[in-house]
Design a protein around this ligand. Structure first.
Ligand code: MN
Length: 495
């Protein structure tokens, strides 16, 4: 989906240095943009939009960026000394994410040939500081990338920002469909949906479960036959289950719900949804298998009405498209105290995304001791080992706070009496500090987890959204974390 987007590259200069300089700046910019596009590291195409030499040109270019749907963000770079007052009006207009690239056309100083003409032309060292000043003065949210444009490290940072900017664009028309409300009395997954739309872009709509039941009534036997065959092909099924009437009936009922749900979401143009195990009138079972499979396709999901996590999952899935290890909705399930290896079992009653599975998922049917419906089908597996991030967004009343914890997934064990998919992780820096900081920050028991994304992605996201972000990683201490919580209270009161 990145191919539908483009990022604009705008070079800053001024006309002080004459026509030859203008031509050289343009030629260098073209070469840099071509080099970036040919690097193979950037997921989104960069389009050079020319050099701006005046306030009028900056403003016109940024207004055009606002109005071009394909444009998900703007990269600026100052080739010469571009006096930054000329950027004020344009920056006031710009509504797209901004990336300031502090780079330089030449990599090394041409010691033997450098003269004053060269210096008048190649002024990024001070031009980018002038631009940096005005973005700081205007408190303009931006990503700053520092490095030579041919260096992999700088290109990788731009790639991260591009994925985030694309996910941001995706969220601006995201519809989240909720079947039912929050689980009764639950505080942490609730929040201000008006503020969320103003701040984060997405829209949350209620949908009666009766509408899903009506869709289900229009699903044909032949469609179900076909999907059940897909299940049998994609997942491991116990030989005994293949002859078990109850199992076969329940996976058929699951297929009805999946086809109905996918169709309803498509018809509404929804990118995410939530369910509630207490609100399933007319549906045979909690649609666990459907939720698992739809998550793997990129639909955002939150259980028990958790629309914030549904939105965040969609956004994190979107950022990570094409990356190898996957992401999932997860819940802090139960603790394993084991000294330095103390860990948290991550699972849910059904809804864990198979993208994170380390082996072929098993398709199983078991009773669910909650909700009073028939036995649901679900995919059972344990997750891959490796590093990842768990993230959540909570509503503090006056603002949204994102909390991100670096975690290490370790080898999990089978749960013969608890047939759910699971991961087992040790939060960084360790269980006590990681879980402690998350709890002190007011974080949810639900999270959106990814192996592929790093803290940098969500840092870029929080910057674009203008929301608070707290990171819990190998450097976290509770003493410093508490200070950060207190300082942020003051900062956001004054903001
Ligand atoms: Mn839950």
């Amino acid at each position: 989906m990145f191919e539908n987007y483009e990022v604009w590259f705008v070079t800053g200069a001024q006309l002080l240095y004459g026509g030859d300089a203008v031509i050289a700046v343009d030629a260098h910019s073209n070469e840099m943009v071509n080099g970036l596009n040919e690097s193979g590291r950037l997921p989104v195409k960069v389009v050079y939009k020319g050099t701006v030499n005046s306030s009028k040109e900056v403003t016109a270019t940024f207004k055009a960026a606002n109005n071009e749907n394909k444009c998900i963000g703007v990269i600026t770079w100052m080739h010469t000394f571009s006096p930054a007052k000329m950027w004020i009006h344009g920056l006031q207009e710009l509504r797209k994410p901004l990336c300031h690239f502090h780079t330089q056309f030449n990599k090394e100083i041409p010691w033997d040939t450098m003269d004053m003409d060269f210096m008048n032309l190649n002024q990024s060292a001070h031009g980018d500081r002038e631009f940096g000043h005005i973005t700081a003065r205007m408190r303009r949210p931006r990503k700053l990338v520092v490095g030579h444009w041919q260096d992999a490290a700088a290109q990788e940072k731009i790639a991260v920002w591009m994925r985030v900017a694309a996910a941001w664009a995706d969220a601006q028309d995201m519809l989240i469909v909720r079947f039912g409300d929050q689980m009764n009395n639950v505080a942490v997954t609730d929040g201000d949906k008006v503020d969320a739309e103003m701040r984060l872009g997405y829209h949350v709509d209620y949908c009666p479960i009766a509408e899903l039941a009506a869709y289900q009534n229009n699903v044909t036997e032949a469609e179900v036959d076909k999907l059940v065959e897909t299940y049998k092909k994609e997942y491991a099924v116990a030989p005994a289950d293949l002859g078990n009437e109850h199992f076969l009936k329940q996976i058929r009922n699951a297929a009805y719900a999946e086809i109905a749900l996918r169709r309803l979401l498509k018809d509404k143009g929804a990118k995410a949804f939530t369910t509630n195990f207490d609100d399933l009138e007319g549906i045979d079972q909690l649609p666990g298998l459907a939720s698992q499979r739809l998550m793997a396709e990129g639909y955002g999901f939150g259980a028990e009405g958790d629309w914030k996590t549904a939105a965040l999952y969609r956004t994190m899935w979107f950022m990570g498209q094409g990356l190898p290890k996957g992401c999932s909705f997860l819940e802090d399930y139960t603790l394993n105290f084991d000294g330095e290896k103390s860990a948290i079992l991550q699972a849910h009653m059904l809804e864990v995304c198979p993208l994170i599975a380390e082996q072929k998922p098993r398709l199983e049917v078991h009773p669910l001791g909650i909700g009073g419906k028939n036995d649901p089908a679900r995919l059972v597996f344990t997750s891959k080992e490796g590093e990842g991030i768990a993230a959540t967004i909570i509503d503090l009343g006056n603002r949204f706070r994102m909390i991100v914890n670096k975690v290490d997934c370790i080898k999990s064990k089978p749960l013969p009496k608890l047939p759910v998919a699971s991961a087992l992780w040790i939060p960084r820096p360790n269980f006590a500090v990681g879980a402690g900081a998350w709890i002190l920050a007011g974080g949810t028991h639900h999270s959106s987890f990814s192996y592929d994304l790093t803290v940098e992605y969500l840092e870029d996201y929080a910057e674009i959204a203008g929301i608070e972000m707290l990171v819990i990683d190998e450097n976290t201490t509770l003493t410093e974390f508490k200070k950060e919580l207190r300082l942020n209270e003051v900062y956001y009161l004054l903001k």
